[in-house]
Design a protein around this ligand. Structure first.
Ligand SMILES: [Zn+2]
Length: 256
């Protein structure tokens, strides 16, 4: 815990599912290309997370204008536990709803947390028109993932999302001729979590600790992806084998 007795601790402190947040930044409730979907109070994050959300939403809106990105929970003002989440405690996690279209492909506003199958379709319940089918907006969701993993403001540690949705996105990215290295990067961070909901109705994005944040108490739990900046400590495994152990080790399975 940051306190007068621990003057070196500041910002995002501890692990995403145990930590707290000091001096977080508030994500404005609306901005270019996005809106906060839930009541305010859970729209705080590290400056790097907030900047990354703003950057990615604006990039999608610039490249493919349409209905805004609906942003779900980040963290509370001082972090810590919030209802409905195990993590989201240290200002490094955010839930982003999918961009959706009509079955015919016209972009429409998100209808909330609606689970999508491997065919890219979902049945949304209720609303003025009753039940209806909607389609996963492959292009805009891919542009979002691409903007997240290339954002200059932070490194993405994980994008928790179901395996069928990940497959739809990577197949689409390769078909449209994206750089295979970029697609591999995106594919690496996208993960259907074990011991948790499959995340077939939203992306759960987690940003990594920067070296400066790590010095101030931030712990992101790894892994150390090959493209990450060198951490300030010497405790990290030096060999490729060590990295694979970090990624694959069951004891270090990430929690969404
Ligand atoms: Zn989440």
């Amino acid at each position: 815990m940051p306190s007068p007795l621990t003057p070196t601790l500041q910002g995002s402190v501890g692990l995403p599912y145990q930590g707290v947040l000091a001096g977080g930044r508030e994500l404005p409730l609306q901005g270019p290309g996005y809106r906060v979907a839930k009541p305010p109070g859970r729209n705080f994050g590290t400056p790097s997370l907030v900047s990354t959300i703003e950057y990615a939403a604006a990039e999608v809106a610039r490249q493919r204008p349409g209905p805004p990105l609906d942003v779900g929970d980040l963290s509370a003002r001082w972090g810590g536990q919030i209802t409905n989440h195990r993590s989201h405690r240290s200002g490094r996690d955010v839930d982003l709803l999918f961009y959706v279209t009509t079955v015919a492909g016209a972009p429409i506003e998100s209808l909330g947390f609606v689970p999508f199958g491997a065919d890219g379709l979902a049945q949304a319940h209720g609303g003025p028109h009753g039940d209806r089918y909607i389609r996963f907006d492959l292009e805009r969701n891919w542009l979002l993932v691409k903007a997240l993993v290339t954002a200059p403001s932070s490194e993405i540690l994980w994008i928790f999302v179901s395996r069928p949705v990940e497959a739809l996105l990577t197949e689409y990215a390769l078909a449209r001729g994206e750089d295979p290295e970029l697609v591999w990067h995106a594919e690496s961070v996208m993960l259907q979590p074990r011991n948790a909901l499959p995340h077939d109705d939203h992306f759960h994005v987690r940003v990594a600790c920067s070296p400066d944040e790590t010095v101030a108490g931030c712990e992101d739990g790894g892994p150390r992806w090959p493209w990450r900046h060198a951490p300030p400590s010497l405790d990290w495994p030096e060999s490729e084998d060590g990295i694979e152990e970090l990624v694959a080790g069951p004891s270090l399975a990430p929690l969404p």
